[in-house]
Design a binder for this molecule. Structure first.
Ligand SMILES: [Zn+2]
Length: 256
């Protein structure tokens, strides 16, 4: 908790199933002012509570946001989206209701596909239960509302332990960040990548660290960060800029 206070995190008003506050921090752009409309980045850790490095690396990166090059962007950061899973005596992937939060987002045909996938493809794996309805959980309700409110230009969600980089959405795919190479992990009913990247047409970067309990070396933590920011700066465009382009040019707008 002392770490949380030092980090500038504040309660969002949302509570986990067990009543733990979901904490987040807004860090507005403070760069040279070259960009009129800074890109908005939503950075998320530990939507799966047993991926401890996914929370830890977001705490590390958050300290660097006020410095170049990250300060060019508008940030909203939630290092622990699933506090009940992370703080359980034995950390758990799922939340306190036993729901895999990363299968609980309202992708099209969720009612048909999520349950079928869980029963048939995962053979009712308790670690992958998608819930009874989309957005049934307070943690996913908060994140869904946060996406609507903050309108991120790109979402970064950190996981472990597959040691790869995945991407969904409208931008050229990244090739590698640090030692993490691009490798698609598949599109699942109710996942954030599927919801944001495929359904909402919003770039979603999924970072899969190589180990859920042991952090990458500090140089690699830095390398992933810098490669990611460079890729975002070169490949993601601001929604507001797109919207004003479209308004200025009706024939362009009709292409969307
Ligand atoms: Zn995960």
């Amino acid at each position: 908790m002392a770490d949380c206070e030092r980090s500038g995190l504040a309660p969002t008003g949302a509570l986990s199933v067990k009543g733990f506050p979901i904490l987040a921090r807004s860090i507005p752009a403070s760069g040279s002012g070259k960009q009129e409309k800074p890109l908005r980045i939503l950075l998320l850790g530990a939507i799966h509570g047993d991926e401890l490095t996914a929370a830890a690396i977001v705490f590390d990166w958050m300290r660097w946001i006020p410095t170049t090059p990250a300060r060019e962007f508008d940030w909203r950061v939630a290092p622990v989206v699933n506090p009940d899973g992370l703080l359980a005596p034995k950390p758990r992937r799922v939340n306190a209701n036993g729901v895999d939060l990363n299968r609980n987002f309202p992708t099209p045909n969720w009612e048909r596909d999520a349950s079928h996938y869980w029963r048939v493809r995962t053979r009712k794996n308790a670690r992958r239960f998608p819930g009874h309805t989309p957005l049934s959980e307070p943690e996913t309700q908060w994140l869904h509302a946060e996406i609507e409110r903050f309108q991120p230009d790109v979402i970064v969600s950190v996981h472990a332990p597959f040691g790869v980089l995945d991407f969904d959405g409208p931008a050229p795919k990244p090739r590698r960040f640090g030692r993490l190479w691009f490798r698609p992990l598949g599109v699942y009913p109710g996942s954030l990548g599927n919801y944001g990247g495929v359904h909402k047409n919003m770039p979603v970067i999924t970072i899969e660290l190589p180990n859920a309990l042991q952090m990458p070396p500090p140089a690699e933590v830095r390398r992933i960060w810098l490669d990611m920011l460079k890729w975002i700066g070169g490949n993601v465009s601001s929604k507001e800029a797109d919207a004003s382009d479209a308004a200025a040019s009706p024939e362009h707008a009709s292409l969307h």
